[in-house]
Design a protein around this ligand. Structure first.
Ligand code: FAD
Length: 293
């Protein structure tokens, strides 16, 4: 099913993100996590894609596995370090596998990139260029957005101006970079409204269940980390179970606030830990039933 249809048929959607293994030997473990997540009946599961096609085959196989288990799959696709030929081949492969939803991304500039390297051999320099190709091929297409601004953007206004290209190219929905402070999202949604951007926005939530995750997440996303989150990381960093419980409670609290304030989609970055996603779902099951009744 197309995700645009799922979004328009529900008041609130819940979806998950998983990532494919880098090593082939780990595929069955990740597949098992995907199956456990699929059994919770989310609205869809998205599968990340290594920039430059590093996890290409496993991404597509995992997306098909998700789809075959009865859950709609959203396959991510990045254009950095890929030729046009490679991208078109992957798109054909998605079609063969019955995948109809793709998250179109540029991909991060790789750490090992060197001066003078042609990072865009396909001639697709921005995610919006990939959106156009996927729309022409009949896919339901999502895009990424950054409530706190993309790290490469000079400022948030410019980032929203650039986001307009993605929207004009036809994205059906947007998924945010992880946010830990809901006010960042509310202010972003207000700015989108002012810019006349009306596509559905799904809020990206990353449960922090390991104190070491925080530094990595800040480096990766530039996200503001509220004092409340830092406090429990500090207090419980040496107790695995306490950290897990606090992280689940924090993410649950964020999600309840988002839904209470009318946000229509929650996308949980599961880090391939189905037990965390299951615990969050258990905490909000009556809320989800009530809003979608
Ligand atoms: P773009 O939309 O192309 O934006 C990149 C930069 O270019 C921004 O600063 C933007 O403001 C600017 N820009 C955009 N269009 C224009 C234009 N026309 N003119 C000038 N400037 C412009 N990475 C992966 O490698 N694999 C994944 O699976 C993956 N999944 C992700 C999922 C989500 C929900 C998110 C939020 C990010 C994900 N990423 C993934 C990371 C993402 O690839 C990086 O954040 C990357 O740096 C930007 O990708 P983008 O698609 O947003 O790029």
């Amino acid at each position: 099913m197309k995700i645009s249809e799922i979004i328009s048929s529900k008041k609130v959607t819940i979806s998950f993100e998983i990532f494919p293994p880098k090593k082939q030997d780990d595929f069955s473990t990740v597949k098992q996590s995907a199956m456990t997540l699929s059994a919770t009946k989310p609205d869809f599961i998205s599968i990340t894609h290594g920039a430059g096609g590093s996890t290409n085959k496993n991404s597509a196989t995992l997306a098909q596995t998700v789809q075959d288990s009865g859950t709609t799959a959203l396959a991510h696709l990045t254009c950095i370090r890929s030729s046009k030929e490679q991208l078109l081949k992957t798109i054909e492969d998605f079609k063969t596998r019955g995948i109809t939803n793709v998250l179109a991304l540029r991909g991060d500039i790789p750490n090992d990139s060197f001066e003078g390297e042609n990072l865009f051999p396909s001639g697709l320099f921005h995610a919006s260029d990939l959106v156009s190709i996927l729309k022409e091929q009949g896919f339901c297409v999502g895009g990424a957005c950054y409530p706190e601004g993309h790290p490469e953007s000079a400022n948030r206004d410019l980032d929203i101006e650039n986001l307009k290209h993605k929207v004009s190219a036809g994205v059906d929905f947007l998924t945010t970079q992880m946010i830990f402070d809901n006010d960042m999202l509310y202010s972003f949604l207000y700015r989108l409204q002012s810019a006349n951007i009306r596509v559905p926005v799904l809020a990206g939530i990353m449960p922090i269940t390991n104190a070491n995750q925080v530094k990595r997440m800040v480096d990766l996303s530039n996200a503001y980390i509220p004092r409340k989150l830092l406090s429990f990381c500090d207090r419980f960093k040496n107790d695995k179970e306490a950290m897990k419980q606090a992280g689940i409670a924090y993410a649950t609290d964020q999600i309840i606030d988002l839904i209470s304030n009318g946000v229509r989609g929650i996308h949980i970055y599961t880090m391939n830990k189905p037990e965390i996603a299951q615990a969050i779902l258990k905490n909000i099951d009556s809320i989800i039933k009530a809003v979608n009744a």
